[in-house]
Design a protein around this ligand. Structure first.
Ligand SMILES: [Zn+2]
Length: 305
C-alpha cells in the first residue's frame, strides 16, 4: 500500500487515488496544493502566480558558464528528469521515469562538459519532458504527452486546460523567458551567437536498431549543420545521421524554428546515441569530439563563402 493510502486508511477517510498527485484526495491533512486537482485531475481556477513548485524544489533551469565568452549558445531542453513533487510520479514506476521517455540520458552531462570546454553559456532544463516538453510548441499534442513511445502516461491523460497552463507557467515559460532574455542581451551587445541544442536518442526505436552515433539536425538553415556533417564524416568510424534519427519541423521542435530560424542565427541540433553517453568516459569523449568540431566549424563559418 502506498504511504499516502496508509495515511488515509489510518484516518479512516476514503482514498480516491489521483495519478497526478499520487495522494488520496480526501486526506485534508495534506498541503492544499496536493489536494487541489485530485478530483478528476481538475485544478483550482487559474491563478496567475500559481506554481507547481514548493519553495524547497529546484528552479526549472540551471545556467552553466553564465559569463562564457564563446559565440556558442547551448541549450539542453531534455537534460532533467525531475518531476515537481505536486505531480507525483504521473502514475509511472521508477524504471519508466529513468527511460528516454522522461529525459535525454547523458545529454546534460555532455552539455556541461561542452560548456566548460568551449566557455559557452548553457541552459539545462531541470524537469522531465513528461511534465511538459520544452522542445515542443505548446499547441503540439505531445507538449504534455498522454503516451510516450508506447507507454501511456496516466498523469497526462484527461489533463485540464488549467493544469496544463500551470505546467507551462512553472516549467516551460521561465526556461524560455531566460533563453529569450539572454539572446536579446547578446543581440543588443552585438555578440556573435550560434545555437547548439544538445540531445540524445535511444539505440532502438519500435524494434528498429538505430545505427547512427551522432545525428546532425536542421531544417531551413543548414549553414552550421553542413559544416558539422562534413567534419564528423571525416572520422571514418563514425556513423553520422543527416537529419537522422529525427527531422526538425515547426510542429515537433521549438528551439531550432523559434530561436535559430526566426532570429537567423546559425544553429544545429546535435543528437548523440544515449548508450555512447552512458558513463563519464563516453561523455568526455563526445565532449572533446564536439568541442573540436565546433571550434573548427566556427572558423569555417567566418570564411568568406
Ligand atoms: Zn531531446
Amino acid at each position: 500500500m502506498p504511504p499516502n493510502f496508509e495515511l488515509a486508511a489510518a484516518k479512516n477517510v476514503p482514498a480516491s487515488f489521483c495519478h497526478i498527485h499520487q495522494t488520496p484526495s480526501a486526506d485534508q491533512s495534506l498541503p492544499r496544493a496536493f489536494n487541489d486537482g485530485c478530483r478528476d485531475h481538475k485544478l483550482t481556477p487559474n491563478v496567475e502566480n500559481q506554481t507547481l513548485l514548493g519553495p524547497d524544489e529546484p528552479p526549472p533551469f540551471q545556467i552553466v558558464q553564465e559569463h562564457g565568452h564563446s559565440a556558442y549558445f547551448l541549450t539542453c531542453d531534455h537534460g532533467g528528469k525531475l518531476l515537481p513533487r505536486a505531480l507525483g510520479t504521473l502514475g509511472l514506476g521508477p524504471t519508466d521515469l529513468d527511460r528516454h521517455i522522461a529525459w535525454d540520458i547523458g545529454a546534460a552531462a555532455l552539455a556541461r562538459k561542452l560548456s566548460d570546454a568551449l566557455d559557452a553559456w548553457l541552459i539545462v532544463q531541470t524537469y522531465s519532458r513528461l511534465a511538459i516538453d520544452c522542445n515542443r510548441p505548446l499547441h503540439s499534442p505531445t507538449s504534455i504527452a498522454p503516451i510516450s513511445e508506447a507507454t501511456p502516461i496516466p498523469g497526462n491523460q484527461q489533463i485540464s486546460a488549467a493544469d496544463a497552463d500551470t505546467r507551462r507557467r512553472t516549467i516551460f515559460q521561465p526556461y524560455h523567458d531566460r533563453i529569450v532574455a539572454e539572446l536579446d542581451a547578446r543581440k543588443i551587445l552585438g555578440r556573435p551567437t550560434m545555437l547548439v541544442a544538445v540531445h540524445s536518442f535511444t539505440p532502438e526505436f519500435r524494434g528498429e536498431r538505430r545505427p547512427w552515433h551522432v545525428g546532425v539536425l536542421y531544417h531551413r538553415d543548414a549553414r552550421l549543420a553542413r559544416i558539422l556533417l562534413d567534419l564528423f564524416r571525416d572520422e571514418s568510424a563514425l556513423v553520422v545521421g543527416d537529419n537522422q534519427p529525427y527531422a526538425v519541423s515547426d510542429e515537433s521542435d521549438y528551439a531550432i524554428p523559434i530561436y535559430g530560424e526566426r532570429r537567423s542565427i546559425p544553429h544545429v541540433e546535435i543528437e548523440i546515441r544515449q548508450d555512447l553517453l552512458a558513463d563519464e568516459s563516453g561523455q568526455t569523449e563526445w565532449a572533446q569530439r564536439l568541442t573540436l568540431a565546433l571550434v573548427q566549424a566556427e572558423q569555417l563559418l567566418k570564411r568568406p563563402q
